[in-house]
Design a protein around this ligand. Sequence first.
Ligand SMILES: [Zn+2]
Length: 351
Amino acid sequence: MRNPEQAKGERVLAGSDAKSGERASEASSPKMESAAKTSSDAAAADPKSPKNVSAPIEVQPSEVALSETRFARLRKKKDMPEGLWLKCESCGQMIYRKELEDKGRVCPSCEFHFTLPGRERISMVLDPGSWREEFANLRTIDRLNFHDQIPYLEKVRKAEVRTGQAEALLCGEGAIDGRKLILVVLDFSFLGGSMGEVVGEKIALATELAAARRLPLLMFTSSGGARMHEGVLSLMQMAKTCSALAEFRDKGGYSICVMSHPTTGGVTASFASVCDLTLAEPGALIGFAGPRVIATTLKQELPAGFQRAEFLLSKGQIDQIVRRADLRPTLARLLDYGSGPRVKAPRRVRS
Ligand SMILES: [Zn+2]
């Protein structure tokens, strides 16, 4: 029998993270935006929708004209093939999806870097044909028997089917301009790129693999934070991944993390921030709690550009902002810096 207080605590935790995850995905996922639009369109077109149940008492001619224009607009929208266009979440410009994909999912008008699916990131950054995936069969189990609207495992299995991968983290060996490395990509499209036991374990395994093969470790993150469906087990991954990276560094390992939009919560607060080099993509949202939560808690207005990559660079939190188009040459150069003879790093002493 579970302690009800404990269960209540879990619900609170899960609720808070789910909300931040939703917010992050709302902010970044063009799919969700189009889905929301479609549902509002459907509501407007559905005669049974409460929106359309209005008593036509005294309708002015101008109102008729207005509603006709509105219907014409909706009809036009309906005729447009779904998902052909999407709105940039940064500048609000309508973008032709094909053009966005051709530009590596970078907005043609404001250069906003959209969240990339994991596999797309891998093919964009690595030499063609160099990717060899590792630990692809590690699958999530539900130790806490967690239910919210649907059982946690059911949610995971749906994400597996949708994305065609077993977890949010992809790990393997590859090469950039012929330089071999171990690559880790946290994919936002799998449950908001959240970090549960499997993600933590795969990061630890990646550090061990990189140490064994004497290769640098490169990570890409986009995440809503720790996976609260796994309760404290997901929070433990923060300590686990940090200690795995510390051990890797003690063995002379070299690691680079590229934070992409959005990198938040327990991922920012653990492995993403403790690599030798921390890079970010332009305009990426990087933080622990969301800006709205902080503003409400502090009861203060936040500075302009708060929690964006440029703001963090000015505060010394990250080392460099790299445009997506420049990633491969920049990474190749940075990998060369770390490819000298590996010397055991001196043990860090706590002062
Ligand atoms: Zn834009």
